[in-house]
Design a protein around this ligand. Sequence first.
Ligand code: AVJ
Length: 307
Amino acid sequence: MHMSHGSAAVIAEINAGLLAPAAHISPKFLYDGLGSKLFEAICELPEYYPTRTEASIFAAHGPEMARVVGDGSTLIDLGAGNCAKAASLFPLLHPAQYVPVDISREFLLGAVEQLRQRFPHIEMTALGLDFSSSFTLPDSVRKAHRVFFYPGSSIGNFTPEQAVNFLRSLRSNGGDLLIGADLIKDHEVLDAAYDDALGVTAAFNLNILRHVNHLAGADFEVAQWKHIAYFDFEHSRIEMHVEARCDLTVRWQGGERRFERGQRIHTENSYKYTRQSFATLLERAGFATTHTWTDDEQWFAVFHART
Ligand code: AVJ
């Protein structure tokens, strides 16, 4: 067995997922240092339309978004990663404080270090933490004019019920919302976006096993697993799994499990909405949509909402 580097809570969470009847690993564990870099590479792929489509919406409607959001905000960037999306909006949004939040702490701190040089007049408060379970903001985050920036359709990682609860927990921190959601479209487009020809998404998905080896002292052999991704019509979501290529046993800190060839571990859901179904979700969480912006093909949408 390898060394385990995760906290007791992280190991317990991984253990419970691996021992569940339908084995699963939370998608937040996709993001170690390498995973964050692989996700950056995904965003460059021709098949992965969400990033460039969302960027085209920001490019086309940025000035109007800035008028709606208003100057001097406390911009809280959820899952900030390399902070590039928010940074590209700084010249329009003029935030007073920028609060990037990401589970991949070292990666985030590296990104923020560079940003401080470029935008010395914006106060920056980086938070390296997991916000997926409800979180309260520290006192260093200004209370005035909070805007939760949640681009990229990461809200799609939650089930709709979890998403409503998560949005309610944001609302309890007080603030407006600027959020991206991926829209339902032709399933071939969706499938290709999550199973690209270069195999970058496959590497990104399989890297979760390396990360779990590190966190929970597991002994996954990556070569024994393969990447699976497809659109599930019933749930309106992309599902990602890793599938055993042969019969094998995995051991980790506190447990073990046998997998037969063809058995899977569910690693991610990425829900796809319609404009209307997402506005309804926001409403269920107590937010009222003020504006929706989309691209010509209606592949992606950005919502601004208030409580
Ligand atoms: C970062 C959650 C928005 O669901 O599209 C990309 C993650 N997974 N390719 C998404 C992801 C596979 C991505 N989010």
